[in-house]
Design a protein around this ligand. Structure first.
Ligand code: PLP
Length: 397
């Protein structure tokens, strides 16, 4: 059959996101059985509201600042005072010395990743992703005709294995994406893991005579439990670029606000920074949403209700363990990564019988597991446990 859309987009229409499909399925089941009887763990859409201070900041800005300032265009990198405030906040927390000239405000983490990939990639350049990983990376890399190369998972503890990274690197490797706390496993990569990966990248940079960048994708940075430390990667590896977003950390996913940190120490800094500003423009973002830039700048010390996520984590973990499932206790983010005693897609289909929606591990390049997003109300978790118990029995656990 002929079609009149691009081949790339045609490919995407044929294999749409399983996460999104599950989310749509949730809507369908809710219409049939009532929202309270559907246990939708499919999407990482925070159920907890943004801190009150966000609303106060937005209202205050609208009342006190000039509309041309609040709603107008600004430099493609974002408002200079907002970027300065972001840099100062990072410096305070990580003993760095960034300035406004290292920060580009972006349309969420997704916008930031697209900006930096557009900046760096020539067609055929390779970008490594550590399985299991957020599957959109493949689409983002493909947007710029790059090739996503998957480093197989270390299923022992889901800390990536530096030797597996070494094996995956070729002369075409341009970047490695690191996402910690990790979606989908909830694992926080340890300082040892980061050090061993950095050592491999250093040696490969020397061997090939060109930089290999770490792209640190950090929308879950502040979502870490029990005081676990999330290593700040620019301190471990010179050619690191960090992408951040307030989507999860302040429950603002629809507002599309984040930033890139491009440290002055990276190779080709000035050109990369200038090109990234242009990429923000020519991709059509032009700039990050103006009102939200001003609002987050006033909320840099705000934190989401991490205790609420923690209590969900415990509730779900205990419920699943008692039902007989095998899963690791997550250290960060808001996902539980559960081993499936059968094919993971089959597991998701069986779970639907109990109105439970979860996402197969194969959607994260790691079959044999499912991801359960527990950024939901505690009632959803409590209500789902009898279904999980029945499911475990059905699967012979
Ligand atoms: N990176 C990871 C690992 C994510 O899980 C998500 C969203 O779920 C994103 C990036 C995109 O975040 P944003 O909403 O800030 O674009």
């Amino acid at each position: 059959m002929t079609h009149h859309i691009s081949e790339k987009m045609f490919g995407l229409t044929q294999r749409n996101s399983a996460v999104r499909e599950m989310f749509e399925e949730g809507g369908r089941l809710a219409a049939l059985y009532g929202r309270e009887n559907v246990f939708d763990f499919s999407l990482g859409n925070p159920n907890f509201p943004a801190p009150e201070k966000i609303k106060e900041a937005i209202c205050g800005i609208l009342e006190s600042e000039s509309p041309t300032m609040v709603h107008g265009y600004m430099s493609n990198a974002g408002y200079p005072d907002v970027r300065e405030a972001v840099a100062a906040s990072l410096n305070k927390r990580f003993a760095t010395s960034f300035g406004a000239g290292n920060i580009i405000m972006t349309v969420g983490a997704a916008g930031g990743l697209n900006v930096i990939l557009k900046t760096l990639l020539n067609p055929g350049d390779e970008v490594l992703a550590l399985a299991p990983y957020f599957l959109e990376y493949g689409n983002y890399v493909n947007n710029y005709d790059g090739v996503l190369v998957v480093v197989p998972a270390n299923t022992a503890d889901f800390q990536p294995d530096a030797e597996a990274v070494r094996k995956a690197i070729t002369p075409k490797t341009k970047a490695l994406i690191i996402n910690s706390p990790n979606n989908p496993t909830g694992v926080v990569y340890s300082a040892e893991t980061i050090k061993s990966i950095a050592a491999v990248l250093e040696s490969k940079q020397r061997e090939y005579g060109h930089p290999i960048f770490i792209l640190a994708d950090e929308p879950y940075r502040e979502l870490a439990y029990d005081g676990v430390e999330v290593p700040w990667l620019t301190g471990f590896y010179q050619n690191t670029i960090v992408g951040y977003s307030w989507s999860k950390s302040l429950s603002l996913p629809g507002e599309r606000i984040g930033y890139l940190v491009i440290p002055s120490e990276i190779d080709d800094f000035s050109l990369i920074f200038d090109a990234a500003c242009i990429a923000n423009r020519v991709l059509g973002f032009v700039n990050a949403p103006s009102l939200m830039q001003r609002a987050v700048a006033k909320c840099l010390d705000e934190r989401t209700d991490i205790d609420a996520y923690d209590s969900n984590r415990k509730l779900l973990y205990n419920g699943l363990k008692e039902a007989g499932f095998e899963c690791a206790y997550p250290q960060g983010a808001f996902y539980m990564w559960v081993k499936t005693p059968c094919d993971d897609k089959e597991f998701c289909n069986l779970a639907k019988k109990y109105n439970i929606l979860v996402v197969p591990g194969s959607s994260f390049a790691c079959p044999g597991y499912v991801r359960i997003a527990y950024c939901v109300s505690p009632k959803t978790i409590e209500g789902s446990i009898p279904g999980f118990v029945k499911l475990a029995k059905e699967l012979g656990l």
